[in-house]
Design a protein around this ligand. Sequence first.
Ligand code: HEC
Length: 134
Amino acid sequence: MYRFMLTGLLALAIMITGVVQAGDEKPKTTKAYMKKAHAGAKSYLGMVKKAVEADNFKAAAKPMKGWASIAPHLAELKPSKGSEESWKEMTTKYADSVKALSKAVEDQDGDAAKKELKTIGGECRSCHTAHKGK
Ligand code: HEC
């Protein structure tokens, strides 16, 4: 009996942890994703870019972690236009780039991080051309 209670308690603790983490992350629309990840100085991109340019990898670590955790989920959201295949391809490429950037930040490799930021910058434009708009 006691063991069952303990197991139940453990399951509850895991559930609560899961809820808290989920509440912090995962935007529900592409638009919300773009705002949180990319728009302005307070976005993940804004904070990571500023920190990387200042060679401050400690400051980059936290927003980078948040960004890397949501990037693979962009593929599950819907674009305003364009084909499904193209969306899948572009979101996959983008998620890979964010992952590479995350690794560079972790390694405190400024040159690699700047290179990945440039790659991601190019991906904004090509994806918007294909998938953003009415
Ligand atoms: C894989 C595709 C893709 C990539 C990569 C991408 N975007 Fe977007 N973005 C979109 C789509 C689709 C929309 C339109 C969303 C909508 O209207 O629902 C959008 C919209 C936006 C918006 C407008 C949000 C709003 O409030 O209406 C901003 C700002 C933006 N993106 C910034 C960026 C930046 C900066 C980057 C690169 C760092 C980027 N995006 C990379 C697909 C992408």
